[in-house]
Design a protein around this ligand. Structure first.
Ligand code: NAD
Length: 336
């Protein structure tokens, strides 16, 4: 990614921007990109799953500030949180983590979104919501288009996240209708890359860490379930383009990589890239785990002139290199 809009114009705009969830995987990449683009960035995070380490390169930058705050608690625009643009990314994204305290997850999605919308209204800010492909649940349509309304369990262990995110979308569109709030909603599909946590339970990080340690690699079910994995730089470019799009374009818009791959194929590619001696072990599928997931990105192509550029192999190579450095500098790699 070269930080250009439609490939030709450099963005250097000294905007005041707030990023909730700024110490998380996507949030930290977004903060870095926005600072690079010349914005004055405040990252807001309760550090539930995020880490200050992700922000190390930005700490001390004159245009960057970190504020520890839980978005379930109200935000005050007078407390130095005025912004022209707000990105709401705060919410634990890994099922293993958001299921630890499902009520908190739901409250982060709903009360948190409401607090961020109130702040946007008070500041007159444009506000972005990090929604998710999980709003489609176990999809009956393939690939998933934005018009598809989803098949989501209201009572399963993933509902706190899936239904929370659905409710957040509803709040965004109600604020748009009631208060003319300038909203942008992206439905993000599986994204991976450097700065994912080593132990967050997501499939890419799990498999890479197990492969690098030559430990058995966990495949849920027979591994024939599909996912489409988007490299983080591509995703961030999509988010930035959506935020820069004309006000009439609110979304929801799918952002993800439409190249579908089975989990088994993903594991094999990781073994090839790492040269691992790991073997695959099969475990039961988690409850309500979707069997197929693939975005239709025609709308993003048309409205944002956006599509992913980084191939799965290239993205995995970059991600493996980062995990390798992390493992070398921290815990010792076992079995090496
Ligand atoms: P992450 O868990 O790495 O980051 C989430 C961040 O939000 C963390 O830093 C966490 O500490 C913070 N947070 C959680 N609850 C909070 C609260 N109540 N108040 C303040 N901060 C809070 O996850 P991520 O992958 O970076 O995801 C970022 C956003 O994108 C999430 O909203 C997630 O739902 C969405 N999303 C991500 C993916 C993906 O593949 N990474 C896919 C779809 C949607």
């Amino acid at each position: 990614m070269d930080g250009t809009l439609n490939g030709n114009k450099k963005r250097k705009i000294a905007r005041r921007v707030l990023v909730s969830g700024g110490a998380g995987f996507l949030g930290a990449h977004l903060c870095a990109r926005l600072v690079e683009d010349g914005c004055h960035v405040v990252a807001l995070d309760n550090l539930a799953t995020g880490s200050i380490d992700n922000l190390t390169p930005l700490l001390g930058h004159p245009h960057f500030r970190f504020v520890r705050h839980d978005i379930v608690d109200p935000l005050d625009a007078r407390a130095g949180l005025q912004a022209e643009r707000i990105f709401n990314l705060a919410c634990c994204a890994s099922p293993a983590q958001y299921q630890i305290d499902p009520v908190k997850t739901l409250r982060t999605c709903v009360d948190g979104a409401l607090n961020m919308l109130k702040l946007a209204q008070a500041c007159g800010a444009r506000i972005f919501q990090a929604s998710t492909s999980e709003v489609y649940g176990e999809p009956e349509q393939h690939p998933q288009k934005e018009g598809y309304r989803g098949a989501v369990s209201t009572v399963g262990p993933r509902a706190c996240y899936d239904e929370g995110k659905r409710c957040a979308e509803t709040l965004f569109f109600d604020y748009h209708r009631l208060h003319s709030t300038d909203i942008k909603v992206a439905r993000i599909f599986n994204t991976y890359g450097p700065m994912m946590q080593l132990d967050d339970g997501r499939v890419v990080s799990n498999l890479i860490v197990q492969a690098l340690r030559n430990e058995p690699m966990t495949i849920h079910g027979d591994g024939s379930q599909t996912r489409s994995f988007c490299y983080v730089d591509d995703l961030i470019e999509g988010i930035v383009r959506l935020m820069d799009a004309p006000a009439e374009f609110t979304g929801p818009v799918n952002l993800g990589n439409p190249t579908e791959v089975t989990v088994l194929e993903l594991a094999r590619r990781i073994i090839d890239i790492t040269g691992s001696r790991s073997r695959l072990v099969h475990r039961p599928m988690p409850t309500d785990d979707p069997t197929r997931r693939c975005p239709d990105i025609a709308l993003a192509r048309r409205a944002l002139d956006w599509e992913p550029r980084v191939s799965l192999d290239e993205g995995l190579r970059r991600t493996v290199a980062w995990f390798e450095r992390r493992l070398m500098s921290g815990t010792l790699m076992s079995g090496a």
